[in-house]
Ligand binder design. Structure first.
Ligand SMILES: [Zn+2]
Length: 130
């Protein structure tokens, strides 16, 4: 496995911290790390709320990257509450596609860290509408 995937896993693991933020907000059960085009790693955790005000870990990590002045991603890894990596939800796939217009097929996503199963975004969701 390439070192960057190990770095992404460690970065996500470091911020995974499931906890109740308030009576209506639970966060940190899922943690994500992304590698930006510059090679930097950005992390984010899921924030679950009432009235669907929260955000997935993957998009939170991408928002972190955007906040820090970058615009493009290379790799995405998310650790689920059970400790295994998993695929992003439909909303995150859509966001990644809109972020990486014309290049989303290059985005690599860790599906199963233990099995070293990696898919590109277009393999994960073929026949995109964009
Ligand atoms: Zn999502």
């Amino acid at each position: 496995m390439e070192q960057i995937w190990k770095d992404l896993y460690q970065a996500a693991k470091a911020v995974q911290n499931p906890r109740e933020i308030s009576e209506r907000i639970y966060a940190g059960g899922v943690a994500a790390a992304i590698e930006s085009e510059s090679g930097k790693i950005y992390t984010g955790v899921c924030v679950d709320t009432s009235s669907s005000l929260g955000i997935c870990a993957e998009r939170n990590a991408m928002f972190n990257m955007i906040t820090n002045g970058e615009n493009a991603i290379r790799r995405v890894l998310a650790i689920m509450p059970d400790g295994k990596t998993g695929a992003p939800c439909g909303a995150c796939r859509e966001f990644m596609t809109q972020l990486m217009m014309g290049r989303y097929h290059e985005v690599e996503i860790m599906i199963d860290y233990e099995q070293e199963k990696i898919l590109t975004l277009d393999q994960l969701t073929p026949e995109w509408w964009l």
